[in-house]
Design a protein around this ligand. Structure first.
Ligand SMILES: *Cc1c(COP(=O)(O)O)cnc(C)c1O
Length: 363
């Protein structure tokens, strides 16, 4: 029954990708990042699938963490943006959420709190991203202040985040690593630097804790081929079906604003997927779609509920034939690059209209 647009989530692929991160960085503990509904894949199902493998999870905020707890996830959960209001400290201590300390306000809020047992904290050092975290100059004092707080567990992880780890030619990653070690000189503490790109390609960034996100979902943070990326398995496959077929004459246009005009007699297939599902409205004519496993170009504007593709050069296509928008055989990054964005965004901004179905859930 129902509209054929579906996202199939392969939990075996998810676990495979987690294990790959572990193999690449065997000395590290890899905390699985499941923020933003596990990058659109469903945080609860993904966390359940990873819970026996990962020592901890990370999300952006306490709302995301509470949702995991309410669904029975028991491993510690790091809040990557820390707290937003002071009352979150006590809740975090109670629920085994770990707090990222990003600024002085966080220090003050924790100092003023009265949790029933010490809260675990990670402290962020700004080594060049310039978004969140403590400046190197004030870092040692901030760290010492945290260390002295009875509200804070003794094991404090020191963290930084890279701006450009997905670009192997960019010198800012080694510079950030250097700045990081200079700023924590003399402090004995576990460290955490690496996101997916750094785990995959910057060995010096691997430390006691890594923070893989995107790679777990089977897509590469790199534009260029990369040795580890080749072993990732896509977790989400977004599929739908042909719901309309017509022959049009040369000179006829397709879709809103008549933006694409056939230059030959053409066969146009209409597919049940659109920007109301999360397919990018900015995908231009020429963006690849798989129809019965073969590539066909999108033509004309993306509508809310539909797209149109030129299947003139394909073997005969029928109503209800299966199409793949991204996933197996068609990397999400490729579609993203046509649409002027990144795979991260396409996966994360899937709308609630597309049902997620899971396979490989039982271990
Ligand atoms: C989202 C996030 C990550 C994961 O990044 P990926 O590129 O998806 O691996 C790691 N660390 C922090 C601080 C983040 O916000």
């Amino acid at each position: 029954m129902g509209r054929p647009a579906k996202a199939s989530i392969d939990l075996n692929a998810l676990r495979n990708n987690y294990r790959l991160a572990q193999q690449v960085a065997p000395q590290s503990k890899n905390l699985a990042v499941v923020k933003a509904n596990a990058y659109g894949h469903g945080a609860v199902a993904c966390a359940r699938a990873l819970e026996s493998l990962t020592p901890a999870f990370a999300v952006a905020c306490i709302e995301e963490a509470l949702k995991l707890r309410a669904s029975g996830i028991r491993k510690p959960i790091l809040l990557l943006e820390g707290i937003f209001t002071a009352d979150e400290v006590a809740i975090a201590a109670q629920a085994d959420f770990w707090l990222m300390v990003e600024n002085n306000q966080h220090l003050e809020q924790i100092e003023a709190s009265n949790p029933d047992h010490p809260v675990r904290v990670w402290i962020k050092l700004d080594t060049g991203m310039h978004r969140l975290g403590m400046e190197p100059a004030v870092f040692p004092a901030a760290y010492a202040r945290l260390k002295a707080m009875p509200q804070v567990d003794d094991e404090i992880v020191i963290v930084t985040h890279f701006s450009s780890a997905d670009n192997l030619a960019d010198p800012s990653t080694p510079r950030q690593i250097e700045k990081f070690h200079a700023a924590c000189k003399g402090i004995e503490a576990p460290k955490s630097l690496a996101n997916s790109a750094a785990i995959m390609a910057w060995p010096k960034a691997r430390a006691e804790w890594n923070r893989p996100g995107f790679m777990l979902y089977g897509a590469s943070p790199f534009e260029q081929p990369q040795a580890v990326a080749d072993k990732l398995l896509p977790v989400m496959t977004l599929t739908s079906a042909v719901i309309g077929l017509r022959h049009i004459e040369a000179g006829e246009a397709v879709g809103y604003a008549r933006s694409w005009v056939a230059n030959r007699p053409s066969v146009i297939a209409t597919l049940a997927i659109g920007y109301g599902d999360g397919y990018p409205r900015h995908a231009p004519s020429g963006t690849p779609v798989l129809v019965n496993g073969r590539r066909a170009p999108l033509v004309g504007r993306v509508s809310m509920d539909m797209i149109t593709v030129d299947v003139t050069d394909l073997p005969p296509v029928s109503l209800n034939d299966r199409v793949v928008l991204w996933g197996e055989e068609l990397p999400v990054n490729e579609v993203a690059s046509h649409a002027g964005t990144i795979g991260y965004e396409l996966l994360t901004r899937m709308t609630g209209r597309v049902p997620l179905s899971y396979r490989g859930g039982d271990n």
